[in-house]
Write a protein that binds this ligand. Structure first.
Ligand code: ADP
Ligand code: MG
Length: 241
């Protein structure tokens, strides 16, 4: 799966690779009224750009990623993935968009306990239906590229460290060759050193895979490697001062 090149002569709609949120507002039910989790959020992330979103707990960071991942539909506004308006798609098309263009690393590692590292990637392949031998080679190469080589590829989650599990999560998110990579608090379970290594890895894969990457974090010590830092406060997204 390759990203549509921006230079292709486009007919009616212009293909804009990467991620764009336009005036996105999201609210949750809150007793009698509603709580505004995202307030007119504007965000554009280009291929190969590593954007970090910092903000305190409860400021709306995970909500931002859920909307960008097309898992939650905003009350108002648009979510464009490679120029495709997710709000205009039906449920099946949206699932296909997610599978083909989005890579997601959730806050909680959701690796399957019974599967080895390489199987965590291959289980996706059984859904997609590519040729098994090619899929296995790609899974092994990806795991190696995130620093998991040799016998570690055949360990189950409980036989890996927290940092290694997060590397498996990142490799798995990259397996479908996504154009957009969304990462929620990737270091919350890691010490500073391991956390910094995971963020370095995210910066590296953003360059090599040309993903439009958004990482959210409340840990300000990790922002140095990002191309751009934005701040989330009470659902409002602004440039960092
Ligand atoms: P963060 O990831 O920055 O901690 P969240 O996006 O998880 O922030 O939450 C933003 C706000 O929305 C918080 O006030 C939170 O309590 C509220 N919230 C999050 N998810 C839900 C939900 N499913 N239902 C109701 N309120 C929610
Ligand atoms: Mg969160």
């Amino acid at each position: 799966m390759t990203n549509a090149p921006a230079t292709t002569a486009a007919p009616a709609t212009t293909v804009r690779p990467g991620l764009a949120l336009r005036a996105v507002t999201l609210s949750y039910p809150d007793g009698e009224s509603r709580l505004t989790a995202l307030d007119e959020v504007e965000l554009t992330v280009a291929p190969g750009e590593f954007t970090a979103v910092a903000g305190p707990s409860g400021s709306g960071k995970s909500s931002l990623l859920a909307v960008a991942a097309t898992l939650l539909r905003p009350d108002r506004g648009e979510v464009l993935v490679d120029g495709v308006d997710a709000g205009a798609l039906g449920a099946r098309e949206r699932t296909a968009l997610r599978r083909e263009r989005l890579g997601i690393v959730f806050q909680q590692s959701n690796l399957l306990a019974s599967l080895t590292a390489v199987e965590q990637l291959l289980v996706l392949e059984s859904v997609r239906g590519r040729r098994p031998a090619r899929a296995r080679r790609r899974a092994e190469e990806l795991l190696e590229s995130v620093g998991l080589a040799g016998t570690k590829q055949h360990r189950r989650p409980h036989q890996l460290s927290g940092g290694e599990r997060q590397r498996v999560n990142i490799a798995r998110a990259l397996f479908g060759s996504p154009s957009v990579l969304l990462v929620d608090e990737p270091t919350s379970a890691l010490d500073h050193e391991r956390g910094a290594q995971v963020v370095d890895l995210l910066a590296e894969v953003t360059r090599t895979h040309r993903t439009a990457t958004v990482m959210v974090t409340h840990d300000r010590a990790l922002l140095g490697r990002a191309d751009r830092v934005l701040e989330m406060h009470d659902g409002r997204l602004t440039e960092a001062r």
